[in-house]
Design a protein around this ligand. Structure first.
Ligand SMILES: [Zn+2]
Length: 67
């Protein structure tokens, strides 16, 4: 079960968190998604903590999720 602390983030961030989860889900299914900034493909990665993350080649997109 996921426990998320929303106390320090606003509604926009919560919405973007949902979008980020969707991005990871789509990458996991093999979809190709592009970075909003550099238009390079996003890649799925796993952080040192074993949490899923999404990065682009240039690093302007660097999402780490704590599920
Ligand atoms: Zn980028």
């Amino acid at each position: 079960m996921a426990t998320i602390d929303f106390s320090s983030i606003n509604k926009a961030a919560a919405k973007s968190f949902k979008q980020q989860r969707d991005v990871i889900k789509r990458l996991g299914k093999g979809d190709t998604l592009l970075c909003d900034s550099c238009k390079k493909p996003l890649t799925l990665s796993v952080s040192s903590h074993g949490e899923p993350g999404v990065k682009c080649q240039k690093g302007c997109t660097n999402i780490e999720l704590m599920l």
